[in-house]
Design a protein around this ligand. Structure first.
Ligand SMILES: Cc1cn([C@H]2C[C@H](O)[C@@H](COP(=O)(O)OP(=O)(O)OP(=O)(O)O)O2)c(=O)[nH]c1=O
Length: 192
């Protein structure tokens, strides 16, 4: 049995390392992440995580771990911004309001799939022009759902959150450990 992290995200690799877990392989799932017409954020996020897990090639006994993080502003899905202009739009829309960050996990072993989603509430302050421009110049918005990363500079924009910090960063560790254990991975006694 091998553990395969199906993610190109360096955050997910680091968060897994926080549990002392080094995957046997890291493979990047290549799927179409476009939302369907009228698709709501939560079902979208769950679907994308499952599609990532299905897209990663693995042996019948291997465990594949995939995740998707989606920022939801009401019914609106904010994915990874295409450019700085879109990042600015997202940040202006998020500022001064509460939004949700959903991370869906999908763990696959052969034909079996275990899934779980974790929803956190996040409040972002209204950004001044100086803050917005500094953030856009930092490029930290790149590759981040909603155009920000709470674990970086944008931590200064988040006065309040409720939920799973590791979930917001991309891999909710409590649920990840539980799902891996359910799939038969020995999280705490790997050498035994
Ligand atoms: C909201 C938020 C998102 N993110 C990141 C986590 C995810 O990497 C990214 C959302 O994109 P995802 O599509 O979930 O993941 P990814 O494209 O980075 O990697 P892969 O599909 O190969 O697993 O946004 C943060 O790092 N901090 C945050 O505060």
């Amino acid at each position: 049995m091998r553990l395969i992290l199906g993610s190109a995200s360096p955050r997910r690799k680091e968060l897994l390392a926080q549990l002392g877990i080094t995957p046997d392989a890291i493979l990047s799932p290549d799927i179409d992440e476009d939302p369907r017409k009228g698709e709501l954020p939560r079902p979208y996020c769950v679907r994308i995580a499952a599609e990532k897990a299905a897209a990663v090639p693995a042996g019948p006994d291997d465990i594949v771990l995939c995740a998707d993080t989606t920022v939801a502003l009401g019914r609106r899905i904010l994915g990874k911004p295409a450019d700085a202009g879109q990042a600015a739009q997202f940040l202006l829309a998020l500022g001064g309001r509460r939004h949700q960050v959903i991370t869906a996990l999908a763990v696959r072993r052969g034909e079996r799939l275990w899934a779980r989603e974790v929803v956190s509430d996040v409040k972002m302050k209204r950004l001044s022009d100086v803050e917005l421009n500094a953030y856009l110049a930092s490029n930290e918005w790149q590759g981040k759902a909603g155009g920000y990363a709470i674990q970086g500079l944008a931590g200064a924009f988040i006065p309040w959150m409720s939920g799973s910090f590791t979930g917001i960063v991309g891999l909710p560790l409590a649920e990840t450990a539980a799902l891996l254990a359910t799939a038969g991975y020995n999280v705490y006694r790997r050498d035994a």
